[in-house]
Write a protein that binds this ligand. Structure first.
Ligand code: SF4
Length: 330
């Protein structure tokens, strides 16, 4: 489909709602749509989102359970051991701290509490702490648990699922083609294997990527299609907030409209899935942040792993003023 061809965006969304998936060419056309088409593209993506998610927003709260000193070399990451970003470094939080974090997340109206560690994969002692904490949280607090602990073996995935973990996060980050530009210490296939192990163990998969690392539109589309093929339930779409001391420190912030087109494209390609406007929301979308709620039905509140967001009260006000509502636990 050429860029000059006029696309009826509403017709495209109706086609998706009739279970006819968009093609790669159509996904590319969304990313290269004109400024004047932005509201039409967003409205069309909203028609899809509305069918599956209404006007609900699912709030997720992250817990950085082990920060810094990661031996992997993901070039966007301020927690990689080679970065000079001055990020906090601390060892694994205790069971009590994780339970308290879950309670705090529940009070912020979160449906998911996400326990994240900076690591290639969980050690035996870390597995013990996470499993014990998850069992306690599940007994005491009505909140779902996601964990993001790096690469998993099949046995580790089974143990997490048995402890009560609902969902496991491991992002592909970008397309298979571009992947080796951003990480060399583990492969794209390692990431796919971990996601498949999590799903096989019975957990839902959370898997997305980061936009703005120097990838092409085609890479973004390939990522969206890879997630569709893996049948990922939850897709976090991050926008690079370049961190000083990392190899990507000199990348430019993405423009707000470009971020919105990305979110719309992920919605069109993965119509029924939870699409999350994730890291970089405030710094990249700026005044257009509320428009992200039209394609996306989920967000992180209370900041990210190493940076703060605008805060939970601001997030709640934005959701309410834009006419959306926070979903309760389901
Ligand atoms: S594995 Fe995770 S924590 Fe480690 S460098 Fe990569 S993104 Fe950062």
């Amino acid at each position: 489909m050429s860029k000059t061809r006029v696309i009826d965006w509403n017709q495209l969304s109706r086609r998706v709602l009739d279970n006819n998936p968009v093609s790669r060419d159509e996904a590319m056309a969304i990313l290269s749509s004109e400024e004047d088409e932005l509201l039409a593209v967003l409205d069309a993506s909203f028609q899809i989102r509305k069918k599956y998610w209404g006007r609900g927003i699912r709030i997720h709260v992250l817990e950085n359970a082990k920060s810094g000193m990661c031996r992997e070399n993901c070039s966007f990451c301020s927690q990689a051991i080679g970065s000079y970003s001055g990020v906090d470094r601390y060892k694994f939080l205790s069971v009590g701290e994780l339970v308290e974090g879950a309670r705090n997340a529940y009070e912020k109206k979160a449906v998911k509490y996400c326990i994240v560690t900076a690591t290639r994969g969980p050690s035996e002692s870390e597995m013990g702490v996470v499993c014990e904490a998850v069992q306690k949280i599940k007994n005491e607090i009505p909140i779902e648990i996601c964990t993001s602990l790096g690469l998993l073996t099949g046995d580790q995935a089974d143990r997490l699922a048995a402890a009560g973990v609902d969902r496991f996060n491991h992002n592909l980050e970008t397309s298979e083609r571009f992947y080796s530009e951003i990480c060399q210490t583990h492969t794209y296939q390692d990431r796919v294997d971990t996601i498949q192990a999590a799903k096989k163990a019975g957990m839902e998969a959370c898997c997305g990527g980061i936009m703005g690392m120097g990838e092409t539109h085609n890479d973004r589309v390939e990522l969206a299609f890879a997630l569709r093929e893996l049948e990922i339930e939850s897709i976090p779409v991050n926008f690079l907030d370049p961190r000083e001391g990392t190899p990507l420190a000199d990348c430019s912030l993405m423009e707000p409209a470009e971020c919105l087109r990305c979110l719309a494209m992920f919605r069109f390609v993965n119509p029924t899935r939870e699409i999350r406007v994730a890291g970089g929301r405030e710094v990249c979308l700026k005044h257009l942040q509320p428009l992200a709620l039209y394609p996306a039905n989920s967000l992180f509140s209370e900041g990210y792993l190493t940076t703060t967001g605008q805060g939970n009260p601001e997030d709640m006000a934005m959701i309410q003023e834009a006419g959306f509502y926070t979903e309760e636990m389901i």
